[in-house]
Design a protein around this ligand. Structure first.
Ligand SMILES: C[S@@+](CC[C@H](N)C(=O)[O-])C[C@H]1O[C@@H](n2cnc3c(N)ncnc32)[C@H](O)[C@@H]1O
Length: 410
C-alpha cells in the first residue's frame, strides 16, 4: 500500500519495452488529457533521461530514448495496462532504478517490523493485545502475579523426597492448615538441593519456604543488618572473575552516590498484606526527590550471579527469611545499554516502597501513587504534595519489567 503510493505513475521511467508493438497505437497526449513532457519539471525530465542514458539500463543500449518522456504514462492512461505493467517491471529491474526501488521496499518492510516488533501480522497483533488485557484484568488481584507465573508444578524434575525421608519441617508443612504453605511443601519435596544452580525464581522462593516465612510479619532491617549484607556482597564479588556482559560485570553497584533517605521516608509495618512500607517523614512538596539509586543499589546482569548471592546469603546469615526479603525486594528492569534486562536490589530501606495498586482492584480505587520514579538511575520524586505520615506509594510499572525473570535466566 505504502509501496504503491511511493511509486507513482510519473515516476515510472520511460525505458522501452522489448515488444514495441504492444505500445501502439499511441493516442495523442492532448486527446488523453494527460500531462506532456512540457508539464514536467526539469528535474523530472532529467530523471527520465538519466535513467535512459544510464549504462546500467539495458533498454538504453538497444533503443534510442524517446524524445517524449511521458510516453509510457500515456499508454497507461489509455488502458494498455499490460504494456504499462511490463514497462514498470522493466524499469524496476533496470540498474539504479531497481536498487532505489528495492531500498524503498526494504524501508517499508523495516518500518513495519519496527512498528510491530512482536508480530508482523495484524490479526496476531490483535490477539496479543486482547490476551494482555485479559491477563491484566484477571491477575490484578494477585500481589505476586507481576513477579512471574509462580512455581511450575508441571515441570519435569525427576526428584521427589519419599515420605520416610522427608525433613521434619517439610513433613510438618505438608500437614499445615494453611493451604498455601501445604502446597509450598509439595513443591519443596520436588527440589533437588544438588541442582540449586538451575533453580528459577519461584523454585528458589519455595526452596527457602518463603510462603511460610511471609505468614508472619517480617521485621524492618536494622541499619547494621543492611551494612553487614552490603559488606557480605562486596566480599563475595571482590573476586568476581565472570566475564563482562556488554559493558558491565555480572554484578555491580548502580553508582557511587550516597543518599540519606531517612529525612524523607521512614519504614513502618503496615499490618496488612502489604507487609512493610514507607511513610513520609515530613511534609513533602510535589517534585521533591525522595530517594534514588545509590551505591546501595546492586545490579545483577545474570541470573546465576544473583542465585549465587542468595544461596551464599543463606549460608552466611542465620535468618532464612533474609533471602525471602531479598527475593521480594528484587525486580527486573529493562536497562538502556549493555544488557537488556537486569535484576536490581536496593540494599537499604528504599526497597520498602509499596505499589499503589498491587493486590487491589484497579477499577475500585483511584490512582493513588504519590511517588514516581524515572530513568535507569531511578530518581524517585513526589508526584503530588504529601503530608507527614502519609504512606508513600509508587507505581512499579515505572521501572519493573513484569514476567521477566526468565529473561535473566531465572
Ligand atoms: C519492593 S517490596 C515492598 C516492601 C514489602 N512490602 C516488604 O514488606 O518488604 C515488593 C513487595 O511488597 C508487596 N506489595 C507491594 N505493594 C503492595 C500492595 N499494594 N498490596 C500488597 N502487597 C504489596 C508485594 O509482596 C511485593 O512483592
Amino acid at each position: 500500500m505504502v509501496l504503491h503510493s511511493t511509486i507513482t505513475e510519473e515516476e515510472v521511467p520511460p525505458s522501452a519495452p522489448d515488444d514495441l508493438s504492444s505500445l501502439s497505437p499511441l493516442p495523442s497526449l492532448e486527446a488523453a488529457g494527460s500531462s506532456s513532457s512540457d508539464d514536467m519539471s526539469p528535474a523530472e525530465q532529467q530523471d527520465g533521461n538519466d535513467i535512459l542514458s544510464s549504462p546500467s539500463n539495458p533498454a538504453s543500449s538497444t533503443i534510442d530514448a524517446p524524445n517524449n518522456n511521458s510516453e509510457p504514462h500515456r499508454n497507461k492512461e489509455h488502458g494498455d495496462i499490460k504494456a504499462a505493467t511490463k514497462l514498470w517491471l522493466d524499469s524496476m529491474l533496470s540498474g539504479y532504478s531497481f536498487i532505489w526501488r528495492l531500498s524503498i521496499v526494504l524501508v517499508v518492510i523495516l518500518s513495519w517490523y519496527y512498528a510491530y516488533p512482536t508480530t508482523g501480522n495484524s490479526e496476531q497483533q490483535g490477539e496479543m493485545l486482547e490476551y494482555e488485557e485479559d491477563e491484566y484484568e484477571e491477575e490484578e488481584y494477585d500481589p505476586w502475579s507481576i513477579w512471574g507465573d509462580g512455581f511450575d508444578f508441571n515441570k519435569q524434575r525427576d526428584f521427589w523426597i519419599p515420605d520416610e525421608d522427608l525433613p521434619e519441617d517439610i513433613a510438618t508443612d505438608l500437614q499445615s492448615t494453611n493451604e498455601e504453605v501445604q502446597l509450598e511443601a509439595t513443591a519443596r519435596r520436588q527440589l533437588d538441593p544438588l541442582k540449586w544452580d538451575t533453580f528459577d525464581y519461584w523454585e528458589i522462593y519455595h526452596y527457602f519456604a518463603c510462603t511460610k516465612v511471609f505468614t508472619s510479619p517480617r521485621p524492618v532491617w536494622s541499619e547494621q543488618l543492611f551494612r553487614d549484607t552490603r559488606d557480605f556482597y562486596h566480599d563475595l564479588v571482590e573476586n568476581d572473575n565472570t566475564p563482562f556482559i556488554g559493558l558491565f560485570r555480572s554484578t555491580y553497584q548502580a553508582n557511587d552516590d550516597v543518599y540519606d533517605m531517612s529525612q524523607n521516608a521512614i519504614p513502618y509495618l503496615s499490618g496488612d498484606e502489604k507487609g512493610r512500607g514507607l511513610k513520609a517523614a515530613r511534609d513533602i512538596k510535589e517534585g521533591e526527590v525522595i530517594f534514588k539509586a545509590t551505591n546501595n543499589t546492586i545490579i545483577f546482569n545474570d541470573g546465576q550471579t544473583l542465585r549465587k548471592f542468595l544461596f551464599a546469603m543463606n549460608d552466611r546469615f542465620s535468618d532464612p527469611g533474609m533471602v525471602c526479603d531479598i527475593l521480594i525486594w528484587a525486580w527486573v528492569q529493562d536497562m538502556p545499554c549493555g544488557t537488556p534486562f537486569a535484576g536490581v536490589v536496593d540494599l537499604d530501606n528504599g526497597n520498602l516502597l509499596n505499589d499503589w495498586g498491587l493486590g487491589g482492584s484497579y477499577e475500585e480505587q483511584d490512582y493513588s501513587a504519590n511517588i514516581r520514579c524515572k530513568g535507569a538511575a531511578l530518581s524517585c520524586y513526589a508526584s503530588k504534595d504529601i503530608i507527614e505520615g502519609e504512606e508513600l506509594l509508587g507505581d512499579y510499572s515505572d521501572f519493573v519489567s513484569y514476567y521477566a525473570w526468565a529473561d535473566l535466566g531465572l
